[in-house]
Design a protein around this ligand. Structure first.
Ligand code: GLU
Ligand code: MG
Length: 455
């Protein structure tokens, strides 16, 4: 994000509007993801796109203080109901929506009324983290995996109401083949490179993975993919739930993040002389993430319900450990098949979920990884069993089991609050505490029910 060149933006907005009109688009949805992980939106008729691009669309500062439940908390940086921001569509990310005819979508940059970048713009933070990486000569490739549960629209609390097939079962796929096809077709038309789609383990659950790319783009794709899943689901008489835990006891919905660090066109997660082919830089990058997982959970598993998902033996990764292809470690090195590792090798962070703001997630991971690189950090011994089966004497610690503990770890971290900036870091934790206040005393059943369709 750069300084606003309003004349240029107006002109580009008008040019893009001409193209959209020719494609039958009448409205443009302008969205951002707030500190509680909810995508919020304003929309403009296509004729106003030039104005939105140049001058922005008004939005209250109080959006920074929204909880997922729509209550608004106070905080050190709150101005209450006073003040306005400007939301500027990023025209480079603008795309017509295939499953929502007549509409296009663009993520926004946030500025204040004076034309200064807003310090709580999560997308700008992701761009800043990416720029920091670039200034050191590196780039990252990132992708979010989306897991969700579908239900019949008239039985939204029954995860078997839309499809009853078994885990990973062909029967589940064939019972929803038309829906899945419509979904992939819409995503492809929107430029999202779907790599795989499959029925997952939990009742009614599916998963979709996409090609890795630039971190900001990966977060945009995560937003666009989720909203497309939601829309296509509704058009098929279904509801889509992205909650970390649909019902107590079951397997959750993850929001795993894949990332690899590159030097130009060379993947530093492969071809090196460290364990499993990691280079020194990639190992340090992974170590920076691993050592900060307790703090990172306040960003990547940020809701009270996130911590119902973080149970041992559920492939969510709840111990401070890493491993090769180990689905019970929160940091999993995925090498890919021999012969393809120079393209495919990457780290997967498994303990995160889809109540997280994906822009904050990529920013936090990049800052944590870079801190590891700056410190020349190294990884401990990898774990090649389920760490939940190891005795305490193995010395592998459990990650925080409560959101409050993750918040404390974030606030004590030597890198993340500073990298986020005081205003965003403080408000983010104000929002976390607000959700703990409102939701922390609910029973697991009540919590799952409240959170089921919020994100
Ligand atoms: N659904 C699991 C989770 O809660 C992950 C399953 C998998 O490894 O894909 O993260
Ligand atoms: Mg999965």
């Amino acid at each position: 994000m750069s300084r606003l060149d309003r004349a240029e933006l107006a002109q580009q907005g008008a040019i893009r509007a001409d193209g959209l009109r020719a494609a039958g688009v009448e409205l443009v949805a302008l969205s951002f993801v707030d500190n509680s992980g909810i995508a919020r939106v304003k929309a403009v008729p296509v004729d106003r796109l030039w104005s939105a691009a140049a001058w922005g669309v008004g939005a209250s500062n109080s959006f920074d203080f929204f909880l997922a439940t729509d209550e608004i908390v106070g905080g050190a940086y709150s101005h209450g109901p006073v003040g306005d921001l400007r939301l500027h569509p990023d025209l480079d990310a603008l795309v017509p929506l295939a499953a929502q005819p007549g509409w296009a979508w663009a993520p926004v940059w946030k500025y204040d009324q004076e034309g200064e970048p807003h310090p709580q713009d999560a997308r700008a933070l992701a761009a800043a983290a990416t720029a920091r990486l670039a200034s050191l000569g590196y780039n990252a490739r990132t992708a979010f995996e989306i897991e969700w549960v579908i239900t019949a629209a008239d039985a939204p609390d029954d995860p078997r109401s839309a499809t009853a097939g078994p885990a990973y079962g062909y029967a589940r796929l064939s019972s929803q083949a038309g829906y899945l096809r419509a979904l992939v077709s819409a995503l492809s038309a929107q430029g999202v490179a779907v790599e795989q789609i499959h029925p997952e383990y939990a009742a009614g659950q599916f998963e979709l993975s996409v090609a890795a790319g630039d971190p900001v783009r990966a977060a945009d794709v995560a937003v666009l993919t989720r909203e497309t899943i939601r829309t296509v689901s509704e058009r098929h008489g279904l509801r889509a739930s992205f909650t970390p835990k649909f019902e107590p006891g079951g397997v959750g919905n993850g929001g795993h993040v894949h990332l690899s660090i590159w030097d130009g066109d060379r993947n530093l997660c492969a071809g090196g002389d460290r364990r499993f082919g990691l280079t020194e830089t990639a190992e340090a990058f992974g170590a920076g993430i691993l050592s900060r997982l307790p703090a990172l959970l306040a960003v990547g598993a940020p809701s009270v319900v996130s911590h119902l998902r973080l149970e041992p033996h559920h492939w969510a990764g709840v111990f401070s450990a890493w491993g090769l292809e180990n689905r019970e470690t929160p940091l999993r090195l995925v090498r890919g098949p021999a012969g393809q590792r120079d393209r495919a090798a990457n780290f997967e962070v498994k303990c995160f979920d889809l109540t997280a703001n994906p822009y904050l997630v990529v920013a936090a991971l990049l800052f944590a990884g870079l801190a590891g690189v700056a410190a020349g950090a190294s990884l401990p011994e990898p774990v090649d069993v389920d760490p939940g089966t190891l005795p305490e004497s193995a010395g592998i610690r459990r990650l925080p089991t409560r959101l409050a503990d993750a918040v404390a770890a974030f606030e004590a971290d030597d890198v993340l609050p500073k990298a986020f900036g005081a205003e965003l870091a403080t408000t983010l934790m104000d929002v976390r505490r607000g959700e703990i206040d409102r939701l922390g005393s609910l029973s697991p059943e009540e919590l799952c029910a409240v959170m089921r369709y919020l994100h």
